[in-house]
Design a binder for this molecule. Structure first.
Ligand code: FRU
Length: 493
């Protein structure tokens, strides 16, 4: 694997020409996605500033132009009318030596619109001359012309009672309290993950520290909580975050997770009262830093997009100098004590040819490069091999055992294996299995089980031979649709 010096990773992009050749090379990769957002060059990680504004959906992502490396981070801006077809608008927030507060990166954050302006809250990752990190919570204002204006001073700096790990502001409007809150991921001096809360009556000024969020029962749950947010869906409060350096049962050596706790938020006492345990948002291998859109009209749902990747993981495209993509947008609703995650209904727009609807007979089917598969099952044991070879061997295997009531997704049969130490098989208990909805792109598989009851999101890097599907099930109805391309590879910087 390529070793990067600090100078290389933190080099400032001065002229788009510097990455033109890299762009041409990246475009040629056979693992470029067809309907998932991905970086023009280099590395993509967290989705940022996801918001509905001016009748469009705006989304930004953490971007490092130079290669598959977590170096200097920019906010790269994309926009969509329907959350399905996206346009590249190019770099929005760039780290700035002169401004200083974000000299080593415009890190993750969120957005909120007022009138004809959008306000972007982000972490300025400042490093001083001794390379000590100082996080600032910075603000930029974006007009309809898309031009960002950074406010001269951060809205607040680092809190002295916590370590330098304080980042990822999520702005929350609370009209019923006449105020706004910012929840910020942090680490106590005892190296425990936590959330800090700031409050203001005004989006721009007067931000004060309200306190540390109490989450009874979760005082010792990982060493840092990244990308926190508190969502309110269908009358329930949901605390979402990414606890780091924590092992969870069934997740291999994986140390970084993205999950949620349902409960009730008391903004007076700054206490989130959990009504249940911590659930992972996604049972697959590659999903992190999920963000819910701000300013959506519906009260009973949220729209979520995540980074289809993980911190400290490596991917086969690292050798091609690019890495990362975003998940499909999902609709989140509450069912009982859990979140349900469904692909957005608008995704049907991507359907092109309906390849087949059959009463399944256990043969092998050649898969198109971009496909949606829907399978109705009778709840008996079954085994589905995706991206298998022509004989139906290998690939990613989804199996369901009706005696143990467990579904298992196993990618150890794929020829190109990676991040094996995170575990190559993931399981989840179900009440039964009636339906699978699967989206396969050039290098990813997203599996929605039982109408959103569980999701498994994974990157996969199939070889030329790995493009067949084989289903072994006593009774099943299968529908396949080839999908149209949705993302444009335009070189906009
Ligand atoms: C999560 C994260 C954030 C940070 C950003 C930097 O993946 O580490 O905490 O703001 O990525 O790119």
């Amino acid at each position: 694997m390529r070793e990067w010096t600090r100078e290389e990773r933190y080099r400032v992009l001065k002229d788009p020409h510097e990455i033109w050749d890299l762009y041409l090379k990246t475009k040629e990769s056979k693992y470029r996605q067809i309907f998932h957002n991905q970086p023009v060059t280099g590395l993509l990680n967290d989705p940022n500033g996801f918001v509905r504004f001016d009748n469009k959906w705006h989304l930004f992502y953490q971007w490092c132009p130079w290669g598959a490396v977590h170096g200097l981070k920019y906010w790269y801006h994309i926009v969509s009318k329907d959350l399905i077809y996206w346009d590249n608008l190019g770099v929005c927030l760039l780290p700035d030596e002169a401004y200083g507060y974000d000299n080593k990166g415009a890190y993750s954050g969120s957005a909120y619109p007022i009138d004809d302006k959008m306000y972007l809250y982000y972490t300025g990752n400042n490093r001083d001359e001794n390379y000590v990190r100082h996080p600032y919570t910075c603000l930029a204002r974006l007009g309809k012309d898309g031009w960002p204006e950074k406010y001269p001073l951060p809205i607040f700096g680092e809190h002295p009672d916590y370590t330098e790990h304080q980042r990822d502001p999520k702005i929350i409007a609370m009209p019923e309290h006449d105020c706004y809150y910012i929840v910020l991921g942090a680490q106590t001096k005892e190296k425990k993950g936590c959330i800090l809360i700031y409050k203001s009556e005004d989006l721009l000024h007067g931000w004060t520290f309200a306190g540390q969020l109490n989450v009874p029962g979760f005082e010792d749950f990982g060493t840092m909580w990244e990308c926190p947010s508190i969502e309110h869906i269908g009358g329930h409060d949901i605390l979402m975050f990414c606890p780091q350096n924590l092992k969870l049962p069934g997740r291999g050596e994986s140390m970084h997770h993205n999950g949620y706790i349902m409960g009730q938020m008391d903004w007076e006492s700054l206490t989130f009262h959990p009504s249940g345990e911590f659930h992972v948002l996604d049972f697959g291998f590659d999903s992190y830093a999920a963000a819910c859109a701000n300013n959506i009209e519906e009260k009973d749902k949220a729209i979520l997009i995540a980074w289809m990747g993980l911190p400290e993981a490596t991917y086969p495209t690292d050798e091609e100098d690019w890495s990362g993509c975003l998940t499909l947008p999902r609709e989140l609703t509450v069912r009982g004590r859990r979140l349900i995650q469904r692909p957005l209904p608008e995704l049907k727009k991507l359907r092109d040819e309906q390849v087949d609807i059959i009463k399944y007979d256990a043969g092998c089917i050649a898969l198109p490069g971009a496909v949606e598969i829907e399978i109705l099952l009778g709840g008996k044991d079954c085994r589905l091999s995706l991206l298998a070879n022509e004989a139906g061997e290998g690939g990613m295997v989804i199996s369901y055992n009706d005696t143990t009531k467990e579904i298992c997704v196993d990618r150890s049969g794929m020829k190109r294996r990676f991040n094996e130490n995170q575990g190559e098989a993931r399981t989840r208990k179900l009440d039964g299995l009636s339906r699978l909805k699967i989206y396969i792109d050039s290098s990813s598989v997203e599996i929605f089980v039982n109408d959103g009851d569980a999701v498994f999101t994974s990157r996969v890097f199939p070889t030329e031979e790995e493009r067949y599907m084989k289903l072994e099930a006593p009774e099943a109805f299968v529908s396949l649709w080839t999908l149209k391309p949705a993302v444009k590879e335009h070189f906009v910087i």
